[in-house]
Design a protein around this ligand. Structure first.
Ligand code: COA
Length: 348
C-alpha cells in the first residue's frame, strides 16, 4: 500500500490578538456584523517585529519536536504560502537555513492559496513515491502552511480585512505501509474572484523603450494601469458572493470525492477538517449533507481565515486537544483563490 502519515504537528501565532470590537478603531464595523456573517471573533496579526519567516520556522521547530525528528532526518521541505516574505529565496529555503536542515534535499514553495496544504500533501506523497525524495536516513518531509495575510489587507476597507489573520503550522510526514492516504486537487483559473497583485512593478524608465517596438504587446496591459489601481490591487480583493457560492460547491464536492476514494461515508468519518473561511459555508454544507455539528472541527472563531495555514493550524489544535488518536480518520478539504480546491483522506 502507498500510504502516508503525519507524525508531528506544530503551530506558531503572532503575539497580537485583535478582537472584532477592536477593529472598530480602524473601520465602520461591529462584532455583531462579523460574527453573524462569518463566525469570526478574533484574529492574530503580526506586529512590525514579526514576520512569516519567524512564524514558519517557529511552527516547524515545534513540529520536529512533536515528531521527535532531527533536522538531519528531513528529506524534503515544502512551504504552502501566498504571502511569502521574499520573492527569492523561497520560504522553504529560509526555514531550511534557520532550522539547520542539511543541504542536498529539495526545498521549495507552492502557491495554491487556501488549498495549499492539501496540494502540499499530494506533492509530498508524489515526491516520496514517484520521485526521489525522502530516501535513507532522511525519510521525513516537512510541510509548512504559513501566511502573513495582514501584509495584503487594506484596513480602511471593511468587507475583506475583517476576515483574515496571520499564522503558521507545520507537519512532519512520512511514507507508511499501514496508514492509507488519498488525495485529489483541482483548479479553475479565475483572476477576478479573489486576487492581489504583486507590488513590484516594471521600473524601467519609459525612455528606455523610445524608438523601439515593444513586441509582444503586454497581454495583461499592466503598463496601462494607473498608479492608484496598482496600489489598490496590491491589497486583497474579493467578490464575496461569488467566492461563497464556489466554496460551498467545492466543499460538498470534495467530501463526496473523499467518500468515493476512501470507501468511508462522511457519517462514519471522525472529523472533517476544512479550510476555516466562514462558519456559514461550513453550516450550509453540513445541513445539506445532514451531518451532526461536531463532525466539522472549527477554530475560525479565534483565528479568522489564515489561508494556507488554516488546515494545519486546525490539525495542530486537534492534536493539542487530544482529538487525533491512533486510528482517527479524517477528511481535509481546502478551497480558495485560484480558484483552487482539493481534499484528502488521512489516518492517524
Ligand atoms: N462591517 C459592517 N458592515 C459591512 C462589513 C463589515 N466588516 N463589510 C461589509 N459590510 C456591509 C456592506 O457594505 C453591505 O452594506 P450595504 O448593504 O449598505 O451596501 C452589507 O454589509 C452587506 O454586504 P454583503 O457583501 O452583501 O454581505 P454578504 O452577506 O455577502 O457577506 C461576506 C459578506 C464576505 C461575509 C460573504 O460574502 C462571504 O462570506 N463570502 C465568502 C468569503 C470567503 O470566505 N472568502 C475566502 C474564501 S477562501
Amino acid at each position: 500500500m502507498k500510504g502516508m502519515e503525519i507524525v508531528g504537528l506544530g503551530k506558531a501565532l503572532p503575539g497580537v490578538r485583535l478582537e472584532n470590537e477592536e477593529l472598530k478603531e480602524y473601520m465602520d464595523t461591529s462584532d455583531e456584523w462579523i460574527r453573524t456573517r462569518t463566525g469570526i471573533g478574533s484574529r492574530y496579526l503580526c506586529t512590525g517585529e514579526e514576520s512569516l519567516t519567524e512564524l514558519a520556522s517557529g511552527a516547524s521547530l515545534k513540529a520536529l519536536k512533536d515528531a521527535n525528528v532531527r533536522p538531519e532526518e528531513i528529506g524534503l521541505v515544502i512551504c504552502a504560502t501566498c504571502t511569502t516574505d521574499y520573492m527569492v529565496p523561497s520560504m522553504a529555503c529560509a526555514v531550511q537555513e534557520i532550522l539547520g536542515i542539511p543541504g542536498g534535499v529539495p526545498a521549495f514553495d507552492i502557491n495554491a492559496a487556501c488549498s495549499g496544504f492539501v496540494y502540499g500533501l499530494q506533492l509530498v506523497n508524489a515526491l516520496m513515491r514517484g520521485g526521489d525524495a525522502c530516501r535513507g536516513k532522511r525519510k521525513y518531509a516537512l510541510l509548512i502552511g504559513g501566511e502573513q495575510l495582514s501584509k495584503m489587507l487594506d484596513f480602511s476597507e471593511r468587507s475583506v480585512s475583517v476576515l483574515f489573520g496571520d499564522g503558521a503550522a507545520a507537519a512532519v510526514v512520512r511514507a507508511s505501509e499501514e496508514k492509507r492516504f488519498y488525495c485529489h486537487t483541482a483548479a479553475e483559473g479565475d483572476r477576478s474572484a479573489l486576487y492581489a497583485h504583486t507590488v513590484g512593478r516594471n521600473q524601467i524608465p519609459e525612455s528606455a523603450y523610445e524608438g523601439r517596438q515593444v513586441v509582444p504587446e503586454n497581454p495583461l496591459q499592466i503598463r496601462q494601469e494607473t498608479a492608484e489601481k496598482i496600489l489598490r490591487d496590491g491589497y486583497l480583493q474579493m467578490d464575496g458572493k461569488k467566492v461563497f457560492r464556489f466554496a460551498v460547491k467545492a466543499l460538498a464536492g470534495e467530501i463526496e470525492e473523499m467518500e468515493l476514494r476512501s470507501g468511508i461515508c462522511a457519517e462514519d468519518i471522525d472529523y472533517i477538517v476544512c479550510h476555516q473561511a466562514n462558519v456559514r459555508i461550513i453550516d450550509y454544507v453540513r445541513k445539506q449533507k445532514k451531518l451532526p455539528e461536531g463532525k466539522f472541527f472549527m477554530n475560525l472563531r479565534e483565528y479568522g481565515n489564515t489561508s494556507g495555514a488554516s488546515i494545519p493550524l486546525a490539525l495542530a489544535d486537534m492534536k493539542e486537544k487530544g482529538l487525533l488518536r491512533p486510528g482517527t480518520r479524517i477528511f481535509c478539504v481546502g478551497f480558495g483563490a485560484g480558484l483552487t480546491w482539493g481534499g484528502c483522506y488521512l489516518e492517524f
